[in-house]
Each structure stands twice: as structure tokens, then as C-alpha cells.
Design a protein around this ligand. Structure first.
Ligand SMILES: Cc1ncc(COP(=O)(O)O)c(C=O)c1O
Length: 387
């Protein structure tokens, strides 16, 4: 039997493996320290201490106070809580602003508000996927109460000018939310300009099913989950103690390793871009420099991204066409459409995203398999690709 080469995972924007130190920190909270953090006895107090210490650690990593952190089931819930939670406290409708390249958790939360009488402006982006702060300024209205612009895009990696946008919102007394799922732990975040921030543990080598919303002190949110009044009444539900401990351990690890890991990621990304663009009729989507270190997105003319992902998967290499949530959907990505990537190119997209353990050897494997896979698919394609 021919031995299968080791599988290569290059889809860290979708999710990441839990890092060993994170798993070690979590393990006791599944059995020996299994208590409910609301119980009065020592089992409960032990769990409460773990939640409190983790909250303290995550808050200080964010430059925030512990009372500004609300734990959630992930970033989808954090985005919903930021948007619906601010809107539903209002006595009459109002206006919100977001961008075309946001995650569906933001776009659909905003859409859900329209039938309730709220109005939403969705600003566009330039060819690199950047929001222009002046466009946000021009869209502000007297009844605008929330602007939500992500820190770094999950499909193409482009970094957004959130410091500038946050400052102009502050000047106008408008709340500013950012989805920092892909950026936290990898790039500096201008926390001074941010009022609400969403994050998720499983994108940084932590566990799935736990996230947080940073809520600047003084901001009141309407709860979406009613119950026992956990998380200062904003988000009821028994705390995911092991998950919260894992989240704190994951962010701590990410920050301790950040310089080393992100410089390796940047080097791998630069190499990937240099080599992949040698394939004819190929383009880089997103910004070459103002980008998250771990996300790179290409388009190949004349082929379907899904077929390319499957072909690479046959070689044991895991990549994606874009956002994991929209992968089964054969519509071109809303992000690539917003960047005005020509439709023929938007269908042939490939996202490569690295993690803390990604090596040169793994990128070598991709660089060996990719030109062949593209050539084979083009061979079968009814469209002639100009060399
Ligand atoms: C930018 C962004 N926001 C939100 C989410 C949703 O996060 P979660 O999986 O924690 O609900 C994701 C995950 O794909 C993401 O990339």
C-alpha cells in the first residue's frame, strides 16, 4: 500500500486545532472541577474562580476591565448581541451602518432589524476590500446609533481602518462595533476607538462554542437570552467554564507567541503570493500589505473554486473557497463581489489560511500540488484561459 502523506491543514480562518497548553488548561474543568459557577459550595466557588480569573485575563489582554467582558457561545452570538442588543433598547427605530464585506452574523443581524422599522446603510469597499472612513462619515445621520465594521476580513484578509472610523463615530456620539474574530491576537487593535468588540476562541487555537463581546463601560444592551441573569443580566445561561478557561489560555498563548508566529505567517504569505501569482491568469484578492498575516485569497480564471478545493483535498490538503459558513453555497462570495472581482474570477477563488503550527514544508506541499490541480481543471474547462 502506498502510504498517504500527512494531511495539511490550511483552513485556519474556518477553525483551528486546540493548542496543547490550552487543552491542558481546560481538562480539569471537564471532570475534577466540573462545578456550576453559580453554586454556593466549593465545587461552584472553584468554577467561579476559574471564570473570574479567565475574565480578568481576557479583559487585561483587551486593555479592558473584567466588567466589560460578556461571555457568549461564539462570535455569531456576540455580533448579534452587539447589534440587536443596542437596537432593542431603543424606544423608536433608528439607523445603523455596516459594510458589504462583513460576516453574515453582522449583515443578517442588521437585516433582521429592518422589519422592526430600523434603517440600514451598507457602505461599499474599494478594489482591495477597504472601507473608506469618509464614506462612513457621509452616511451618518442624526438618528444613526451604531456603526459596525470588521477589523480584518475573514475571506480576503484586508485590514480595515477601524481606528479612524471609531474616532469619527465617537465625535458624533455614535456607538462603534467591530468584529475582531480574525484580527484579535494577530494585529494591534485600537481599543480606545472601539465601544463593542466580538471575538471567538476557536479561531485562535481555543475551543469551539465560546466567544465574548467587549462592552465599553456605560453601554447598556437589551439581553437576547433571558434566564438566570448571568453575565450581569445581559446573557443568561450556565457559564461554559472549560470553554472560558480555554479561551483565556488561547489568547494568552497567542499574545505570548504573537511576534514569532505572525512574522512566520507573513513570510509564508509573501512566499505563497510570489509563487502562486506565477500561475497564468491568477489574481490576488485583497490587499497585499494591509492584511491579516494568516489569510490569503486567490482567484484562478476558468475554474470553479469548489473543484479546486476538492482536488487539493484529494491530495490531503485542506483549503477553502472563502467563508466556511457559505462554502456549500455556489453563489460567488459576497466579499469578492463587493471587491468587484469579475464574476468569472470570483467563482474560481481559493482561500489559504495558516495557523501557529503551519510550516514551510506544508506550504511546499501546496505549491507543488496547486499548479498541477489548476492546470488539470483548466484542461477540463469549457472556457479557454488566455496564457
Ligand atoms: C469574521 C467572523 N465573524 C464571525 C464569525 C463567527 O464566529 P463563531 O464561529 O464563533 O460563531 C466568524 C467565523 O467564521 C468570522 O470569521
Amino acid at each position: 500500500m502506498i502510504p498517504m502523506p500527512e494531511r495539511v491543514y490550511l483552513d485556519h480562518s474556518a477553525t483551528t486545532p486546540v493548542a496543547r497548553p490550552v487543552l491542558d488548561a481546560m481538562m480539569p474543568y471537564f471532570d475534577a472541577r466540573f462545578g456550576n459557577a453559580s453554586s454556593l459550595h466549593e465545587f461552584g466557588r472553584e468554577a467561579r474562580r476559574a471564570v473570574d480569573e479567565s475574565r480578568q485575563s481576557l479583559a487585561s489582554a483587551l486593555g479592558a476591565s473584567p466588567d466589560e467582558v460578556v461571555f457568549t457561545s461564539g462570535a455569531t452570538e456576540a455580533d448579534n448581541l452587539a447589534i440587536l442588543g443596542t437596537a432593542l433598547r431603543r424606544t423608536q427605530g433608528g439607523h445603523l451602518i455596516t459594510s458589504q464585506i462583513e460576516h453574515d452574523a453582522v449583515l443578517r443581524s442588521m437585516e433582521a432589524l429592518r422589519p422592526m422599522g430600523f434603517e440600514v446603510t451598507i457602505v461599499g469597499v474599494d478594489e482591495f476590500g477597504r472601507v473608506n472612513p469618509e464614506e462612513v462619515r457621509a452616511a451618518l445621520r442624526p438618528d444613526t446609533f451604531l456603526v459596525s465594521i470588521m477589523a480584518g476580513n475573514n475571506e480576503v484578509g484586508t485590514l480595515e481602518p477601524i481606528g479612524e472610523i471609531g474616532r469619527l463615530c465617537r465625535e458624533r456620539g455614535v456607538l462603534f462595533h467591530t468584529d475582531a474574530v480574525q484580527a484579535l491576537g494577530k494585529v494591534d487593535l485600537p481599543m480606545d476607538s472601539v465601544d463593542l468588540l466580538s471575538a471567538s476562541a476557536h479561531k485562535m487555537h481555543g475551543p469551539k462554542g465560546v466567544g465574548l463581546l467587549y462592552v465599553r463601560r456605560g453601554i447598556r444592551l437589551a439581553p437576547l437570552a433571558h434566564g438566570g441573569g448571568h453575565e450581569r443580566g445581559v446573557r443568561s445561561g450556565t457559564e461554559n467554564v472549560s470553554g472560558i478557561v480555554g479561551f483565556a489560555a488561547a489568547l494568552d498563548l497567542a499574545l505570548r507567541e504573537r511576534a514569532e508566529v505572525t512574522s512566520r505567517m507573513r513570510r509564508l504569505r509573501d512566499r505563497l503570493i510570489r509563487e502562486v501569482l506565477k500561475i497564468p491568469a491568477t489574481r490576488l484578492n485583497g490587499h497585499q500589505v494591509d492584511s491579516l498575516p494568516h489569510v490569503t485569497n486567490f482567484s484562478f480564471a476558468g475554474i470553479e473554486g469548489e473543484s479546486l478545493v476538492m482536488k487539493l483535498d484529494e491530495q490531503g490538503i485542506a483549503t477553502s473557497t472563502g467563508s466556511a459558513c457559505s462554502s456549500p453555497n455556489l453563489e460567488p462570495s459576497h466579499v469578492l463581489v463587493a471587491l468587484c472581482v469579475p464574476l468569472s474570477m470570483a467563482h474560481g477563488s481559493l482561500r489559504v489560511s495558516t495557523g501557529r503550527g503551519t510550516s514551510d514544508a506544508e506550504i511546499d506541499r501546496l505549491l507543488e500540488a496547486l499548479p498541477r490541480a489548476v492546470a488539470e481543471l483548466r484542461e477540463m474547462s469549457p472556457f479557454k484561459v488566455g496564457e
